[in-house]
Ligand binder design. Sequence first.
Ligand SMILES: Cc1ncc(COP(=O)(O)O)c(C=O)c1O
Length: 368
Amino acid sequence: MSEQTRVAVRSRPRGWTDNAIRLIETDARRSADTHLLRYPLPSAWSTDADVELYLKDETTHITGSLKHRLARSLFLYALCNGWIGEETTVVEASSGSTAVSEAYFAALLGLPFIAVMPASTSASKVALIESQGGRCHFVKHSGDIYAEAERVAERTGGHYLDQFTNAERATDWRGNNNIAESIFVQMRDEKHPIPEWIVVGAGTGGTSATIGRYIRYRRHATRLCVVDPENSAFYPAYAENRYDTVIDASSRIEGIGRPRVEPSFLPDVVDRMVSVPDAASIAAARHASDVLGRRVGASTGTNLWGAFGLLAEMVAAGRAGSVVTLLADSGDRYADTYFCDDWVKAQGLDTGPSAAVLAEFERTGRWV
Ligand SMILES: Cc1ncc(COP(=O)(O)O)c(C=O)c1O
């Protein structure tokens, strides 16, 4: 007997998905790109030194942080993969900012949203998620968010977006106005248009993966430096070349530093890593807030601590050039933590020595 031609069909109506993608695309079209700010280096030394520092200001996204880009990409990725439909509850594991942005897109599409977050997440982020109709589900240890998010998705028949796995896949690293392309386009007419260094932190690792890949793809000489806070697995794993590293504590710098090496972190595109003490991140965030006249988050402090160190290295070597880093989120979200002396003291942190390093850098361009 001869084999017959057989046909299996799983085709479903695409009207809802078409409209969902249209809603996200039109939302993006109504939005402007984020600014690339020039960070004012002290004129006392920087005029001779011929170095420039730029801050990609990601606070100007509608949902206030760098994570707006990721949330948009993750929703488009899930929609185009057929993972989200009209009735889907969307679930995410997050330390806060990603969930704020995802709650926005879930509301845009009229979908229920549940954020699984560590109990330590700042009250203002919880309020932002809830104000957009999202629900927050807390776990005690940040390392528990992954399994709990899977459980919540299973229980609700929902879809777990899984930023930590999908960040590097969902972002178009070759271009499509990703953060790397945007930086290089905005730098085009600057004095040193190809940065010596781009400095970023890692939460999922997605931003560093996108920038590292883009630099290679475009064959730029720029190097990528990833800064990492205390209580994070990324730095020790990179330094020891062991990617099963697990840390039994939570990062105090919201948005960056993870207890495990996330699948979206791609060490092979990173040229250097710097481990930044939390007191230094907070001191740098406060210092930059004074310089800029607006509060920046602690992870921006981590970024700047790394960027200042590299600038000082360039100055000492007599090398001209530019460094770009990110203003990832606003310090207004952290009035009760990084900008509250009692909280800093209760954490056993002393920002004094780091503030002295920053003052010396400000005065002389030297990094002690
Ligand atoms: C607040 C904040 N969130 C997230 C990130 C990095 O995000 P991801 O690694 O998830 O792309 C940064 C990086 O500088 C950051 O400062």
